[in-house]
Design a protein around this ligand. Structure first.
Ligand SMILES: [Zn+2]
Ligand SMILES: [Zn+2]
Length: 407
């Protein structure tokens, strides 16, 4: 005999989770989440978040979909190969969001160099789903600076790890880096600290099960944080998947870690943009803060180098992240394959002032390697100021909701 249980009419897809004591659906729906990296972990986190009712996402990745991704990416399928990860993820995630007000911003860019720090100030949580230590450090630093909680995931084989980076005065993700991870931060760079032509990609052995489990732990931690539980910040979870066990460790803040720059107050200037030439910005900030200011670029701008073959001076005139190994050898030496014997003695610029070469001041911040909506560190006689290129906001995060997060 079959018994039919009659269920009351369903009013919301979230009715079951709303039964959990203390659950606050409003808070989940309001959360603004940045997901850095839309590979295996990013896909699984995004899907879990959407199904729990998160609807505001910034997705960041510069990569395209590869066949090998398809076994671990719920948002991608056969036929998607070669398409942009973030664009497609944004579209498919929009279909998963169950509320009627999804706001998903895909940013197809390199999270290490091209994501302005103003983006981090406008989210409530950061998911670090990136697969290199360099990217983890690059995501961790601004989140830490603004006191935005960040959750990092890593997978290897059947195992997974999750690190909850605390708000200010706690450890950052890099505090727990092993020697190997520190070495990994250099993987994309040569001995001269310019980009390797073909940096070897990390090929991590793993399955969908490990990424799904690790992502579920990340999202679970996120739900705790959203509900006001912050005791897990500054800890690390280790999940051994073969005979499942789960352990939590406290992460110690490392006094030698270079990523603890705290930013408490940001001056938003809607008339500044990364498209402006540097000289114009120096002038405007001089009017605002007085004479004698210096603007730190936060990245190196390379002026010249010596050819590593013949020693002739070569103009570079590009930020370090856009200079490759072969740019340090002249055409003639490349042609005859002259062995590199010369120290390139790269001339580097790290800050701008009224004294800077006018040819540099005629370049835009974009050309200097500064991303849109970035937050610039400016020194004046009164001290340090953090100035945002707020004019880029409408095109980086169009229509982005809500006020800035409170600490
Ligand atoms: Zn640290
Ligand atoms: Zn040469």
């Amino acid at each position: 005999m079959i018994t039919i249980h009659r269920l009351p009419p369903i009013s919301s897809p979230f009715d079951r989770q709303a039964l959990i004591p203390g659950w606050d659906q409003e808070r989940v729906a309001r959360a603004r989440v940045l997901i850095a990296g839309i590979g295996a972990l990013g896909n699984a986190c995004a899907a879990d978040l959407a199904l729990t009712g998160v609807q505001r996402f910034v997705l960041v990745d510069f990569d395209t979909i590869d066949t090998t991704n398809l076994s671990r990416t719920i948002l991608f399928r056969r036929g998607d190969e070669g398409r942009s990860k973030v664009q497609l993820a944004a579209q498919r995630l929009g279909e998963l969001v169950l509320d009627n007000d999804p706001h998903i911003v895909p940013l197809e860019t390199d999270v290490v160099w091209n994501l302005g720090w103003g983006v981090y100030r406008r989210v409530d949580l950061v998911f670090g789903c990136v697969d290199s230590a360099e990217a983890r450090a690059a995501v961790g630093a601004p989140a830490w600076a603004f006191g935005v909680p960040a959750i990092f995931g890593g997978i290897y084989g059947y195992d997974g790890g999750v690190m909850m980076q605390g708000a200010l005065d706690g450890p950052c993700v890099a505090c727990s880096f092993s020697r190997q991870e520190w070495a990994d931060t250099q993987r994309r760079y040569s001995c001269d600290q310019v980009r390797r032509q073909l940096a070897e990609e990390a090929k991590i052995p793993t399955t969908q099960v490990s990424s799904a489990f690790t992502a579920a732990l990340m999202v679970q931690e996120n739900l705790q944080i959203l509900h006001g539980e912050r005791t897990h910040l500054g800890t690390r979870l280790f999940f051994a998947g073969r005979w499942p066990t789960l352990e939590r460790f406290a992460v110690r803040r490392s006094p030698r870690c270079p990523f603890h720059q705290e930013i408490r107050e940001v001056i938003e200037l809607p008339d500044l943009s990364y498209r402006l030439v540097a000289g114009e910005v120096v002038e405007r900030l001089t009017r605002l803060l007085g004479t004698g200011i210096t603007i730190a670029l936060g990245r190196d701008f390379l002026l010249t180098s010596r050819c590593k073959g013949c020693g002739e001076e070569l103009p570079l005139w590009r930020p370090r992240q856009r200079v490759f190994e072969q740019d340090l050898v002249c055409d003639a030496c490349t042609l005859v394959r002259r062995p590199p014997v010369v120290d390139p003695q790269i001339q580097t610029l790290r800050a701008l002032s009224t004294q800077t070469d006018t040819r540099v001041l005629d370049l835009s911040f974009d050309e200097l390697g500064t991303p849109p909506l970035h937050v610039l560190q400016v020194q004046s006689s009164q001290g340090t100021h953090w100035i945002e290129l707020t004019g880029d906001l409408p095109h980086v995060l169009p229509g982005w909701p809500g006020n800035l997060p409170t600490r």
